[in-house]
Design a protein around this ligand. Structure first.
Ligand SMILES: [Fe+2]
Length: 134
């Protein structure tokens, strides 16, 4: 079992709301790692899926901030958000179908999202968002 660790020094963008959301991704991922038995599976998976659905609202806000600050790879960034949303919808359907690989897929989605989107795209380009205050 491995967990993710939030580090202000390397993960903070300076934008309060974006940092709060990114921190939640770390927590949600770690929460999935606590699933140890059938007893808490439903509760945790449902909570994580529910929060991720709410999280997608934040992606539109992030896109707006990036656009306002002249982020040059906005279209590519938006495509990644759409792909995340699509994958999340598919996982929500898997949950309803009681798909046995759901937990593995959900954990993998968050891990990839953290490493290849949040760290490599958002944090790396923090100069485009840090100065925005809304
Ligand atoms: Fe993003």
């Amino acid at each position: 079992m491995s967990t993710l660790t939030w580090r202000n020094a390397s993960h903070r963008t300076g934008h309060e709301k974006i940092d709060a959301k990114n921190k939640r991704i770390v927590s949600l991922y770690n929460q999935l790692q606590t699933i140890s038995c059938e007893q808490n599976y439903d509760e945790i998976v449902m909570d994580v899926l529910g929060e991720l659905v709410e999280y997608t609202d934040h992606l539109a806000i992030e896109e707006k901030i990036l656009e306002e600050n002249g982020y040059t790879k906005l279209d590519e960034h938006k495509r990644k958000h759409s792909a995340f949303l699509e994958e999340l919808c598919s996982l929500c359907e898997s949950y309803e179908d009681r798909h046995p690989q759901l937990l593995v897929k959900l954990t993998s989605l968050l891990e990839i999202w953290w490493e290849h989107h949040i760290i490599e795209d958002v944090v790396k380009n923090k100069h485009f968002i840090a100065t925005t205050t809304h």
